[in-house]
Design a protein around this ligand. Structure first.
Ligand code: PEP
Length: 264
């Protein structure tokens, strides 16, 4: 059901504050992790003023090391929800575990499945039972077909509100960037499926100074939105400060993205 052959028109997803898909372009941005109620609200104000309508942030963090900060859990979800409501934005947050589906569902507007869980079929099946949008990030070593089959697991349960996200893949040279943004995946996926395709240049680059060029490239390639991490004090961010744009940098990027999106 994910194939364009089955459903030729673009899927359009409507949340309270955002229309996603087709010719619409969506900015989803915010901190990597929810650090405190004050911080997520402040970051939300910044990204909203730059044009973002979806506030991102992780309360359950899939860290490479079990000893790294794992996120603030429900305390983080609450703070995120409150900030989104105060600002009139939608909330997106990552879900790691089937046991947390009801908890995360209570707070969020959009579920995010991260790269490490793209083939967590139990999780995909439980999100297939929900009637709420899901962002499915491409596994860092997943092929296009793997990604589309993972999406199918959600769709098979009856939930067709799916966004696919290219966030960089592992290649033979990831010394200078964290991953390699597969720009080609954007038009290829759009030709094969009707779901909106969105890019996350932050996790692809892993280095703040490379985020904007990659985000612009993704926009030029037809991405229907961007997910971007920001922080007002990247050096002291609890997670992934190295790839965070400052609010001012994000503002500048958003301006350029709007210009490119008008052309493509
Ligand atoms: C994230 O967006 O916070 C994240 C962990 O992304 P990814 O799953 O792409 O690494």
């Amino acid at each position: 059901v994910s194939s364009r052959a089955f459903h030729p028109e673009d899927t359009i997803i409507k949340t309270k504050h955002t229309i996603i898909g087709g010719d619409h372009f969506v900015f989803m941005a915010g901190p990597d992790s929810i650090e405190s109620p004050e911080h997520v609200l402040k970051m939300g104000q910044k990204v909203k003023s730059a044009g973002a309508t979806i506030l991102r942030g992780g309360a359950f963090k899939p860290r490479t090391s079990p000893y790294s900060f794992q996120g603030n859990g429900e305390v983080g979800l609450k703070a995120h929800r409150a900030a989104a409501d105060t600002l009139g934005m939608d909330m997106v947050t990552e879900i790691l575990d089937t046991r947390d589906v009801e908890l995360v569902d209570f707070y969020t507007d959009i579920f995010q499945v991260g790269t490490r869980n793209m083939q967590n079929f139990a999780l995909l099946k439980s999100l297939g039972q929900k009637r709420k949008p899901v962002i499915l990030k491409r596994g860092m070593s997943a092929t296009i077909d793997d990604l589309l089959n993972a999406a199918e697991y959600i769709a098979a349960g009856g939930n067709h509100q799916i966004m696919l996200m290219e966030r960089g893949i592992r290649t033979y040279d990831n010394k200078y960037t964290r991953n390699t943004l597969d720009v080609s995946a954007i038009p290829v996926l759009q030709s094969m499926t009707h779901y909106p395709v969105i890019a996350d240049a932050s996790h692809a680059a892993g280095v703040a100074k490379f985020v904007s060029p990659l985000a612009l490239a993704a926009t030029a390639a037809g991405s229907q939105g961007l997910m971007t991490e920001i922080h007002d004090d990247p050096e002291h961010a609890l997670v992934d400060g190295a790839q965070a744009l400052t609010p001012a940098e994000f503002f500048q990027l958003a301006e350029k993205v709007r210009q490119i999106h008008q052309i493509v």
